[in-house]
Design a protein around this ligand. Structure first.
Ligand code: FRU
Length: 473
């Protein structure tokens, strides 16, 4: 699988659809796979929701609940779930015509269990010569009483609007010459945020691109600005940032891509999930018989920092229900503290808080196993890093083994780390998620110890075993 698609919360259920090729662990004719959860933690697989047809493969897209039946697709009081997705016609693509992507519609009248394609697809045909015309993300914009669609088009985002989800009119374009452009723009998501303690709305536009991400290959940048129902304009301070920074990244790790948010969430949260991989080596990762997974679900919030308005991401609170006690012994040698567990710690969560040294603060955390493999992370030289070059297997790709850096801006001398380790991934949230890094890692044996060193004072440490969520029902 790859991208998350059609994220919608409806009648107590979180739906996760995703790019899926059922017949191989490599990318192929795309379907929409489907899973449902009531708590964002335990998921049940569902039958494939959408399959390719004579108009093409089913590429990425989104779903909204059409509560007021604006589409007229509802029947007998059932609320239609409406999916907008991209048709990718492989035959036209092979002929190198540029018009091989268009937007299709499908709907469900039984809460997402079965899907019918709209009879008159596509609802947005290709303009004729537009390469990379895909990944519609739709939301209801109450002030203008319209459905708004963000669509990625090679090197910019187009905004379209509609009264009924079927007839769409082009409104505006954003992004040429702004932010990172090392590759094709994909999977946009335009989101309103209210700052804590204020009633002002600011907008963020999540924008995935491949290649050109922060660690090479694919990655997620974002823009902060304003949206009036037709046009997205950059926040002046943010525009200023882009004068001296290529881009602002949502995640500085190598493995968080095509991330988008849930529609229909009623509790005020902005809930995000990403594909936990990178197109650089996503087809090669050494897992069997499956390949690829999602990040943990996260909340996104907008905050004001010394640098301007920024997004922070944190794991959803529901994940705390998985916590179990984790026993470890402590040993100090020279300047190094070792936390040693008698159980493997490949499904664990860690919370650390440090007071940093005034001069040249440095910090290193190392997860290690009995084969001498080590995953290292910490801060050095004013930057945060994850070094997976000796963390385990990397023979499947020339670009995998690396030390990845991220800029770290500290407002004082404290540093908090929240870290999730899973069988083949690490997700790190620094200072309440002001910085996040998501990375795949493939130790050949479980890590059993954490070593901590540096000129920082450790003021909190806590480890949890996370109960296995498999086998699931
Ligand atoms: C992003 C992407 C999307 C496209 C889908 C195809 O990873 O390339 O732009 O819709 O994957 O699987």
């Amino acid at each position: 699988m790859n991208d998350p698609n059609g994220l919608v919360y409806h009648q107590g259920e979180y739906h996760l659809f995703y790019q899926f090729y059922p017949n191989d662990t490599r990318w192929g004719p795309m379907h929409w796979g489907h899973a449902i959860s009531r708590d964002l933690v335990h998921w049940e697989h569902q039958p494939v929701a959408l399959t390719p047809d004579d108009k093409g493969y089913i590429f990425s897209g989104s779903i909204v609940a059409d509560t007021h039946n604006t589409s007229g697709l509802g029947k007998d009081g059932a609320i239609p779930l409406v999916a907008l997705f991209t048709y990718h016609d492989p035959n036209a693509a092979a002929k190198n015509t540029r018009n091989h992507e268009s937007q299709g519609l499908a709907f469900s009248l039984d809460n997402g269990r079965s899907w019918q394609k709209y009879a008159d697809n596509p609802v947005i045909p290709n303009p004729g010569d537009t390469q990379d015309f895909r990944d519609p993300k739709v939301f209801w914009h109450a002030p203008s009483q319209h459905w708004i669609m963000g669509l990625s088009v090679t090197d910019h985002v187009q905004f379209w609007r509609s009264k009924n989800l079927i007839d769409w009119q082009y409104q505006s374009s954003f992004g040429k010459g702004l932010g990172a452009h090392g590759g094709v723009w994909e999977c946009p998501d335009l989101l309103p945020f209210t700052l804590p303690g204020s009633n002002q709305t600011h907008w963020a536009l999540l924008l995935n691109l491949n290649p050109g991400g922060p660690q090479g290959g694919s990655g997620i940048q974002y823009f902060v600005g304003d949206f009036d129902g037709k046009t997205f304009t950059l926040d002046p301070e943010f525009a200023n940032t882009l004068q001296h920074k290529e881009a602002v990244w949502l995640d500085h790790g190598a493995d968080n891509y095509a991330g988008v948010t849930w529609s229909g969430v009623k509790d005020g949260r902005t809930l995000f999930i990403g594909w936990m991989s990178n197109w650089l080596y996503g087809q090669e990762l050494p897992t069997h018989p499956w390949r690829s997974s999602m990040t943990m679900p996260r909340t996104l919030e907008m905050i004001r920092t010394a640098e301007g308005l920024r997004l922070k991401s944190q794991p959803v609170a529901e994940l705390e229900t998985l916590r179990q006690p984790l026993a470890f012994t402590e040993r100090t040698e020279a300047d190094r503290l070792t936390l040693q567990s008698n159980a493997d710690i490949m499904q664990s969560e860690w919370l650390f808080e440090f007071r940093l040294a005034d001069q040249a603060p440095a910090l290193a955390l190392t997860f290690s196993n009995e084969s001498g493999e080590k995953l290292q992370l910490g801060m050095d030289d004013g930057q945060f890093y994850i070094d997976r070059s000796q963390a385990g297997r990397s023979d499947f790709s020339d670009t995998f083994a690396a030390r990845h850096l991220a800029p770290l801006t500290l407002s004082d001398k404290s540093l908090s780390l929240r870290l999730f380790l899973d069988q083949s991934a690490v997700e790190v949230f620094v200072n309440d998620g002001q910085l996040s890094m998501t990375e795949r890692v493939f130790p050949t044996r479980p890590y059993t110890a954490v070593h901590i060193s540096g000129n920082a004072t450790l003021i909190r440490k806590q480890g949890y075993k996370l109960t296995s969520i498999w086998p699931h029902k």
